[in-house]
Design a protein around this ligand. Structure first.
Ligand SMILES: Nc1ncnc2c1ncn2[C@@H]1O[C@H](COP(=O)(O)OP(=O)(O)O)[C@@H](O)[C@H]1O
Ligand SMILES: [Mg+2]
Length: 363
């Protein structure tokens, strides 16, 4: 591999524990300075990938390159990476400054250099005033910042984060998300960040890698994975509430192409090679109450969740299956409870997937 290539490359990296394959061959290239988030549900192999990048776990196949150097057989200390875990055990008997400097002391970094790095990291993280405190005298968010500080002082080529915010309460998590974005802007370092939280992924990532059962489902910017999900898995996984998925058969009705399913007839754009069996996806936010006419979908509303600026309508299609359909509409619409509401959508909001393969149909 060319030594000029910076960042991180994974080539055919796979992992099996005994006979169980937990990560299938993955190829991924992360440019210098990118913030890449590995997103997937618990147990899909995210931490295993991160640990293979860190050298904490051997690869079963493939190679890992950092800044163009093949590090596949190097131990963690020789890889120029720093990792922050969900359970960031700080040393309880050391103050914050010492927690941050400890690894540098062990590696024989000159004292003046250590002092400079700790001061700089503390400044970046706004914890200068906490340097003399012990971990027990800190809040959860402050402790997490110290754990990040410990990684920053090592001045690594790549930061690896494994669900670093999962132990914090929701409000603090939101705050720390913003802090991490600012930190990335200031340091400009490559970050690989693992989470199961799609909001973290959408807000932090320059690119998201969506994992499912040890396989990459899609790699893209937050906008790409949200607006052009590559397959049904990504479509259902990204977005809240989840995308509505409606399955049916493609027919030509009076010269126009439609999707016919239980309780609906949805017009499809012309000039597309439609598969016979199609699944269409409509985000709850894309559905609107029809101003006039019958609309495209008739929603029998069973539940209205009023959230302040919007209402979530949950129900079933009249004459349809038991599948739940969700629509998010403006304002307080508790008046729609137990009503049948005509819904429509703008044609570009329609996602389409081949039922047989699960893959997105390009429209
Ligand atoms: N040391 C191990 N031995 C056997 N199985 C493991 C080991 N580590 C992880 N696994 C299994 O590999 C799968 C992926 O785990 P992990 O990478 O921790 O997932 P995630 O971080 O996405 O939650 C899980 O099924 C887990 O049980
Ligand atoms: Mg994990």
């Amino acid at each position: 591999m060319n030594a000029e290539i910076r960042g991180l490359q994974l080539e055919g990296v796979a992992k099996q524990f005994g006979k169980v394959r937990v990560v299938e061959q993955i190829d991924l290239s992360v440019a210098q300075g990118e913030f890449v988030v590995l997103l997937g549900e618990s147990g899909c192999g995210k931490s295993t990938v991160l640990r293979m990048i860190a050298g904490l776990e051997d690869v079963s196949a493939g190679r890992v390159f950092i800044n163009g150097r093949d590090v596949t057989s190097l131990p963690p200390m020789a890889r120029d990476i720093a990792m922050v875990f969900q359970n960031y055990a700080l040393y309880p008997h050391m103050d914050v400054a010492h927690n941050m400097s400890f690894a540098l002391e062990l590696s024989g970094t000159p004292k003046s250099e250590i002092t400079r790095r700790v001061a700089e990291a503390a400044e970046v993280l706004s914890i200068t005033h906490l340097l003399q405190r012990k971990p027990r005298e800190l809040s959860g968010g402050q402790r997490q910042r110290v754990a990040i500080g410990r990684a920053i002082v090592r001045e690594p080529l790549i930061f690896l984060f494994d669900e670093p915010l999962s132990n914090l309460d929701a409000k603090l998590r939101g705050h720390m998300r913003t802090e991490l974005t600012l930190l990335h802007q200031r340091l400009g370092k490559t970050i690989i960040y693992v989470t199961h939280d799609q909001v973290e992924a959408m807000t932090l990532a320059s690119r998201i890698v969506i994992f499912h059962k040890g396989l990459i489902q899609q790699v893209g910017t937050p906008s790409e994975v949200f607006n052009q999900p590559a397959n049904l898995f990504v479509a259902a996984f990204i977005g809240m509430p989840s995308m509505n998925l409606l399955e049916g058969s493609v027919l030509v009705d009076k010269g126009s192409t439609v999707l016919k399913g239980a309780g609906f007839l949805i017009p499809l754009p012309a000039g597309v090679q439609w598969p016979q069996q199609l699944v269409v996806g409509l985000r709850p936010q894309a559905l609107q109450i029809a101003a006039s006419g019958p609309g495209v979908l008739q929603l029998q509303v069973d539940v209205v969740e009023y959230l302040g600026t919007e209402s979530v309508l949950v129900g079933k299609l009249a004459g349809g299956t038991d599948a739940r359909i969700t629509a998010v509409v403006e304002g307080n619409r508790t008046d729609l409870l137990h009503q049948t509401v005509p819904l429509t959508f703008d044609p570009p909001a329609l996602h389409a997937f081949d039922k047989a393969t699960g893959l997105r149909v390009r429209t």
